[in-house]
Design a protein. Structure first.
Length: 151
């Protein structure tokens, strides 16, 4: 089995649930064709270098996996049929030096995923603390209201 990396750009008009479903479908295509996913790296919404189908932004996802070379044509065919994808690129890691680099990228992506899972509960708690003072503050008059009362 060879090592591969797929960078996939998903349309920005999709909701968070639709994006997760699209990435899950991409992963299912890889695993159903005999690939073994090492890790995924969600890079989030980013600006594109040039507009693609009138979209200037896209959700970037990187998938690191191992698969047989004969499977790649089927995976790419299914990617082309998926209308939710703006672009994709498949990178093959062939030499020993490239495989070592692939292993390092997988470790970095796994470490990033672990740290983001730890930080998510803290991020959810912070808005709750900010929401409480915002509801307790009294409403201030707008300039239109002050001019109306002055007359």
């Amino acid at each position: 089995m060879r090592h591969y990396e797929n960078l996939v750009i998903v349309k920005p008009t999709l909701t968070a649930e639709e994006i997760q479903a699209s990435v899950a479908a991409i992963e299912e295509v890889i695993t159903s064709n005999g690939g073994e996913i090492a890790t995924t790296n969600t890079m989030g919404m980013r600006k594109l270098a040039y507009p693609i189908e009138k979209n200037e932004r896209g959700h970037f996802h990187v998938i690191y996996y191992s698969a047989e070379p004969s499977v790649i044509t089927e995976i790419e065919r299914r990617f082309r049929l998926n209308e939710e994808l703006l672009r994709f690129v498949t990178i093959k890691y062939d030499t020993n030096r490239e495989i070592t680099a692939w292993n390092e990228l997988v470790k970095k992506a796994q470490k990033k995923a672990e740290t983001s899972k730890v930080e998510e509960p803290k991020a959810e708690e912070a808005p709750k603390a900010e929401e409480a003072p915002a509801t307790e503050t009294p409403a201030t008059e707008t300039p239109a209201q002050t001019t109306a009362t002055a007359e």
